[in-house]
Design a protein around this ligand. Sequence first.
Ligand SMILES: CC(C)(COP(=O)(O)OP(=O)(O)OC[C@H]1O[C@@H](n2cnc3c(N)ncnc32)[C@H](O)[C@@H]1OP(=O)(O)O)[C@@H](O)C(=O)NCCC(=O)NCCS
Length: 452
Amino acid sequence: MHRTLTYIHYFSYNNPAIHDRLYSVLPNRFWIDKVMERENQKPIDESHPQKPRQLIEKTMADSYMEMNLPFKSSPALLEEYIFVDGRIRTGKLLEDLDAMAGAIAYKHVDNGDPDAPPVTIVTACVDRLDLLLPNAVEDYKLIGQVTYVGTSSMEVFLKAEIIPDGESEQSSLSATESPKPSPEALGHLGPNTILATRFTMVAIDSVTRKPAKINPLKTETPAEERLFEFAKANKARKKRESETTLSRHPPTQEERLAIHDIYLQYSQYKGAEQDPMTNPEDKKPLPKEFIWMEDTRIDSNFLMQPQDRNIHNNIFGGYLMRRAYELAYANSTLYLKSQHADLLAMDEVIFRKPVHVGSLLNLKSEIIYSEGHPHRSFQCRVVAEVVDIEKDTRETTNVFYFTMAATDEKTEPRRILPKTYAETMLWLDGKRRRLQGVSSRHLLLEQLAKEK
Ligand SMILES: CC(C)(COP(=O)(O)OP(=O)(O)OC[C@H]1O[C@@H](n2cnc3c(N)ncnc32)[C@H](O)[C@@H]1OP(=O)(O)O)[C@@H](O)C(=O)NCCC(=O)NCCS
């Protein structure tokens, strides 16, 4: 079997807009055409003998990429991204970020050898992403490069910025020229930054399907060194934090008090679980400023189609992110009884298992935590499960946590009440995430304010 999908095609063939964008703005189209031609020739037949992959030292500049998304100046592009509220469709933006991270990772992995054994790039993890989206439609620019390389994994730093009026024309004119990579500019968050995040991409040997050793990364300037060290520390942090989930760390003393308080609250209302402490006759109807967690649940099923796959018949991480976010948005509007909802942040997402074409993706969404009015933000959790139709088995592939917010003054978010111990644990997890999120957003806004 030969690879028939092209390099860019690989990441974007279900999305003509990004396909054309990637084509038109890549620093060097000829380079990409050459790689495509080469990739098309590579056999991924297990019986075909593979030579060892030659590793070459690469720089950050080698993988640098820019992509303009001129929503304001291109009505045709805007038409594809416009959301019901007249703003940009956030889910599509998440999908584009994943596609771009994949293309950047491929640029790093490429060693210029036409006979190098083929690799497939998969998204292993996306760091927390705080969104500072503008209220009006603007021209966007996505920029990114590899900032850290392990053995088979690489960190891709990505940033989205608004292109100020007047500079848009200049940017789109220079789109076919080589952009000037600048690690200082990449690491710098300014008033035009709308998001900055890090994707961990892993190279998988297309034949053995095991993680493949990739080109090492050479830092050339102190700014690059800083980006590299930050990414290295980030990788170590992720490992540590993966051990601090609720199931591994029981509630703290303070959290135990919060659990007891919430129990005292929910047990007084009709509809709560029966408990020996409260006489059912004494229970009150649930006030309108509360809602049971179980009453916020919705779900959705999608058959995984070939258009959203990579060459191993696995679905792209960006596709899952878009689907999960769009369900979270629908869930938020139902909970708020208003279409005025927006994404503030997406917590770190880990893609533990591939999702295969032909399987059924079941997404379940619920609102797990809200302080209630006058607070406007709330936590929404989406669990992605893959159902193997023929074997009748289910497996959780990802859990997404979105911080959403009501965006108009009239909408009053209701307080979430759990009913069971399991729901109380979700509620507590949501509370923890809110606290962490508030502090990390605060730090981000402080940093942006200093740059102004
Ligand atoms: C990513 C994946 C290949 C890792 O598999 P694994 O069995 O954990 O493999 P390893 O432990 O050998 O890890 C491979 C590399 O990935 C890194 N890695 C794995 N999970 C990671 C995570 N959550 N965050 C950061 N790095 C991670 C490891 O540190 C290792 O890096 P190194 O080789 O540079 O040291 C596997 O989890 C997978 O296939 N996930 C699904 C990917 C996918 O299909 N994504 C699209 C969405 S469906």
